[in-house]
Write a protein that binds this ligand. Structure first.
Ligand code: NAP
Length: 260
C-alpha cells in the first residue's frame, strides 16, 4: 500500500505488551493512539518512545471496562486523525487476588470479564462500524483487528479461573468478528502470548524462572518479551497474512505443543 498515514489504536499501551506493539508499529511509521487507564507518566514515556522510533502518538485515557469511555477513545481517534487502520485489543488484567475457583467471587469475575472481554467486544463493534464506513468512503484499505488472547484460553489455572474464562471468550470473539468482517476486507487475528516479562507477571517471576529456564516449561527456554508480540503484530500490519483471518498466532516459545 502506498499510503503511510496508518493509525492504530493500541489499548493498554502505556506499559508491557501494549507498549511493545506500539513501538513495533511506530518503527514502521504508524501513528499510535496510546490508550491507558491510570498510569499517565508511563503513557507519556510510550509516546516519547513512539516518536523516537519514527511514529507519532496521541495519549487517550479511557477505561476499557466502561462503554462511554471506550466510545470517547474512538471519538478522540477520529477527531484527531480522521481514520483508524488497526485496532489492537491488548488491555487486560489479572484478578486482583489469585483465589481458588472454589472461593472466588462475582466481583472479581465481573471486573476481569469487563476489561478482558466485554470491553474489547464492544470496542471492536464500534471500531468495526467506523472501519466499514471508512472503507466504503475510500479513506482506508484493508484495516485489521488484532486481539491479544492468552495461553490461558486453553490452559487451566484454577487460582485465576475468571482470567481463563475471559481469554477463552476472546478466542470466540476472534472467530465471530473474523467471520462478520471478512466481506469488508477486514481481517481479524488473535495473538496468544505465552509467559511474557511484564508488570503482570512480575509477581510470579520467582516461581516461573526455574520452570522456564531450567525445567523447559517452554521448549524455547526464555521469557517472552513485549517485542516478541510487537513483531507478530508488525507482520499483520505489513499485511503479510492476507488470506488468513480468525487465525490464532501462538507467540509462546512453543508452550502450546503437546510433548512426550
Ligand atoms: P501489564 O504490563 O499489566 O499492562 C497492562 C496495560 O493495560 C497497561 O497499559 C494498563 O494501563 C492497561 N489497562 C489495564 N486496565 C485497563 C482498563 N480498564 N482500561 C484501559 N487500559 C487498561 O499487562 P501485560 O502483561 O502487558 O498484558 C497485556 C495483555 O496481554 C493483556 O490482555 C494480558 O492478558 C495479555 N497477556 C499477557 C501475558 C503475560 O505473560 N504478560 C500472557 C498472555 C496474555 P495503566 O498503565 O494505565 O495501568
Amino acid at each position: 500500500m502506498s499510503d503511510t498515514n496508518w493509525v492504530a489504536i493500541v489499548t493498554g499501551s502505556s506499559r508491557g505488551i501494549g507498549r511493545g506493539i506500539a513501538l513495533a508499529l511506530a518503527a514502521r511509521g504508524w501513528r499510535i493512539v496510546i490508550n491507558y487507564h491510570s498510569n499517565s507518566s508511563a503513557a507519556e514515556q510510550t509516546r516519547q518512545d513512539v516518536i523516537e522510533a519514527g511514529g507519532d502518538g496521541l495519549l487517550v485515557q479511557a477505561d476499557i471496562a466502561d462503554i462511554d469511555s471506550l466510545n470517547r477513545l474512538v471519538d478522540r481517534t477520529l477527531s484527531h486523525f480522521g481514520r483508524v487502520d488497526m485496532l489492537a485489543n491488548n488491555a487486560g488484567i489479572a484478578p486482583r487476588q489469585r483465589l481458588d475457583i472454589l472461593d472466588t467471587n462475582p466481583e472479581s469475575y465481573d471486573e476481569v470479564m469487563a476489561v478482558n472481554l466485554r470491553g474489547p467486544f464492544f470496542l471492536t463493534q464500534r471500531v468495526a462500524n467506523e472501519m466499514i464506513r471508512l472503507v466504503k468512503e475510500g479513506e482506508i484499505e484493508r484495516p485489521k483487528v488484532v486481539n491479544i488472547g492468552s495461553i490461558s484460553a486453553y490452559t487451566s489455572s484454577t487460582s485465576r479461573a475468571e482470567y481463563c474464562v475471559s481469554k477463552a471468550g476472546v478466542g470466540m470473539m476472534t472467530a465471530l468478528w473474523a467471520d462478520r468482517l471478512a466481506e469488508y476486507g477486514i481481517n481479524v487475528y488473535e495473538i496468544r502470548p505465552g509467559i511474557i516479562a511484564t508488570d503482570l507477571t512480575a509477581v510470579v517471576k520467582e516461581k516461573y524462572d526455574p520452570l522456564i529456564l531450567e525445567q523447559g516449561l517452554t521448549p524455547i527456554r526464555r521469557w517472552g518479551l513485549p517485542e516478541d508480540i510487537g513483531k507478530a503484530v508488525a507482520a499483520i500490519a505489513d499485511d503479510l497474512l492476507p488470506f488468513s483471518t480468525g487465525e490464532v498466532i501462538n507467540v509462546d516459545g512453543g508452550f502450546h505443543l503437546h510433548r512426550l
